[in-house]
Each structure stands twice: as C-alpha cells, then as structure tokens.
Design a protein around this ligand. Sequence first.
Ligand code: G3P
Length: 217
Amino acid sequence: MKFFLDTAEVKEIREAASWGIVDGVTTNPSLIAKSGRPYAEVLREICELIDGPVSAEVVATEAAAMLEEGLKLAKLHKNIVVKCPVTIDGLKATSALSRRGIRVNVTLIFNPLQGLAAAKCGAAFLSPFVGRLDDIGHDGFEIIAQLVRIISNYSLPSQVLVASIRSPGHLLRAAESGAHVATIPFAILKQSLHHPLTEIGLEKFLADWRATHQKIE
Ligand code: G3P
C-alpha cells in the first residue's frame, strides 16, 4: 500500500520524506488555507520534496472553469495530480482532464457508485472519506471494500485512495482492505509507528550494552 501524506505543511513533508516511506502527498483547499502560503509556491516546494503524486484541488465549481484551473495546476510540476470533487461538473472536468493525459484524484466520495462513475471518467485515484462517514455513524470502510471489489471486478486502472484517516486503526484497516493508497495526517503516521514496548526494549538493550563498556569499532 502506498503512503501519501495528507498535509500542505512543508516541514512535516520534509521530515516524513526522510523516513523513506512517503510515496506522495494530498492537499485540499482547507489544508492550503491552513498553511497560510501562496498555492502555487507551496505546491512547487512539495513537488520538489516528493518524487510522487501531489494532489492539488481545483476550487471552481463549473466544469469549464475546473478544466481551466486543472490545466494551470498540472503545468506547475510533472508530479501534480489535479483533484476534482465528485460532482457532475467534477466528473465532466475529470473526463476532459484525463482525456488530455492529466491524472485526476476524484475527492469527497461517499458512496461506491460515485467512485465507479469517477473511475469510468478516467480518474487515477478515487478518494472516499472514511472519517467523515464514521462521523455520521456509517462504517467508512464498507465503501473501501466495495470500491476495491469493483475495481478488481472490471480491472479498472483507478486506485482506491483512503482519505479522511483519523487514527492508526484507520491506517491498519486501509492496509487490510486492499486499498492501493492511504493518505495520512503527519501526526497519525508518527503515532502509527510508535509503541511503548519498542522504547522499553531498546532502553534495556542499551543499558545492558553500556554495562559491557565496549564500543563498535
Ligand atoms: O484528504 C482529505 C482529508 O484531508 C479530509 O480529512 O479529517 O477533514 O475529514 P478530514
């Protein structure tokens, strides 16, 4: 499973990229607003840090304007993947962009048929929001299982990208579900890699080693 970072904070991306486990980045208008930086500038900086897909979302709502924005975003860097919401206009823009060879990440997916439609429009990535489905009492991973099955049934080229991950448990379920990608907030990724027994075990090893008064030459 590919790990994407779900952030526009360059410091977080630089740190996580140094761990060797980050395959891409997703942003959205809220994450860009939170960064407080000019859109094109922060996207270019992220694309130079990560040699993988970097999702940048359009903010227009009408298909022709989405297409125009998508073309501008795609020109910023070869790593840019244009993000469109799974509205009718977003699907029209996805079809137009994918016909031009531009990769699209279709976002704000909350039912499997939205995902299937996006795949039929040539979407490179399908982004169901599991956390927000959990927030309203649904099991967000039901749609993930459905889309993984649908993609497999018809050998569709789209990748299921689990978004709105809120816990290490979500990340584990994404991996167990057979999803192609999970996009993970930095804090959740860091939390997922930590276990107190690892810390305790390492301390014991080092204490015993120190008692030998040896050095590795
Ligand atoms: O990539 C989508 C993600 O940023 C949304 O997460 O926690 O706002 O539902 P959240």
